[in-house]
Design a protein around this ligand. Sequence first.
Ligand code: ADP
Ligand code: MG
Ligand code: MG
Length: 349
Amino acid sequence: LIALLTVAIAAVVIIALFLGHRMMRGLADVGSVSVCWQLIGRGRYGTVFRGCLHERCVAVKLFSSANRQNYVNERSIYSLPLLQQHDNIAHFLSADERKTADGRPEFLIVMDFYPHGCLSRYLSVHTVDWSTCCRMNHGVTRGLAFLHTELNRGDQYKPAVAHRDVTSRNILVRADLSCVLADFGLSMRLTGSRPCCPVDNDTMAISEVGTVRYMAPEVLGGALNLRDCEAALKQVDVYALGLLYWETFRRCSELFPGEAVPEYQLAFQAELGNHPSFEEMQILVAREKFRPRFPEAWKENSLVLRSLKETMEDCWDQDAEARLTAQCAEERLCELALWWSNKSCRPTA
Ligand code: ADP
Ligand code: MG
Ligand code: MG
């Protein structure tokens, strides 16, 4: 009897594994996109698969019906005028709705496939040289500066937009290692006919979004300046940008001459581990005003190191109004890039 039972259990396990595998790698048709169910990423709102559209490799972000709002928002941001012409914004292809086998709606965003995945993943396996490091950060900053800018070009109007979830998992890396800003599910228009600035009872929704690890002190402390929502939300993005610089430059080989480049770490990972809680972040960042530590190797007082550290500190300043704008941060990175090379940076579009 025991032998029979063992065989039965083994059979069930094998069938379950087989079905699971089929679900991950089978072929399905989504409009004209054929999706090979190869999972390439998972976030808080969507699951991302690799697919094929007219023989071109694409990424398909799938949202369950529970995350419909996030989908609608992301789609509407990608559809804003001029956005898709920018080199440092992820390239959107189409959006679609369909029904699952059991009749529930689900939502898809089809976009370019970025072979290296997110920046965090790339940095966890690779170190980068100075010029690549500057180019990656410059690209992200340029994308953010563009997002933050209100533009009128002919009859096209692009409102200023806050990203509201700047993290190294929401930056994607192209094959040539240039970077784009992605994941606009929480983004918000700040100007124009439908700006989403606060109505009183919306205060919570406006301030407490994003990824706790990257939340600015004023968000954690409930002190976001909602009187000037446009400036406040841009400052929140720039705070997270400073953390992103720290994560990236810590993997830059030229900044650790004659020693091993430290392993990749997310901001505050050394202090709070992999799943910091809102309360832990509140104490560390808002109350104790703690920021990521600079490595010993950066103690040397060279002009370039001083300038790099200053740029990070000017992004993550406790005083939100003292922070750099994304445009200023872009200029700083341009200058940094020139230290070790004399290639010039492209000016902001
Ligand atoms: P969520 O809104 O759920 O956070 P994201 O859009 O951030 O979803 O995607 C989750 C993860 O999937 C990303 O962190 C990244 O690793 C991966 N990913 C997303 N889009 C792409 C893409 N176009 N190409 C390659 N990987 C992607
Ligand atoms: Mg994400
Ligand atoms: Mg998201």
